[in-house]
Design a binder for this molecule. Structure first.
Ligand SMILES: [Zn+2]
Length: 91
């Protein structure tokens, strides 16, 4: 029996559905203290968080106020949607 070597990477938790997935299936975002940035290169500094690449999880995260908790302030839902839409277009 062969040992699996592909599961070395830790899974990341989506802030929408709260399920864990391999990092490459999620979009990473960072909060830099001023705004949310889509981190398509996975290299940005700042507090990172992850979201599935679908609208349901985005809406779930907005509904659960997940962004507000991460950023410790009230983030406008439209602002979040814009950032996520831009990220999806760049992917
Ligand atoms: Zn999700």
């Amino acid at each position: 029996m062969k040992k699996q070597t592909s599961d070395k990477k830790p899974n990341r938790r989506c802030i929408g559905c709260m399920a864990s997935f391999p990092q490459e299936t999620l979009i990473r975002f960072t909060w830099n203290g001023e705004k949310i940035l889509a981190d398509t290169s996975n290299r940005n500094e700042g507090r990172g968080f992850y979201l599935c690449k679908n609208k349901d999880c985005l809406e779930l995260a907005i509904k659960r106020k997940a962004f507000n908790r991460i950023c410790k302030r009230n983030i406008d839902a439209e602002t979040i949607r814009k950032v996520v839409e831009d990220a999806e277009q760049n992917n």
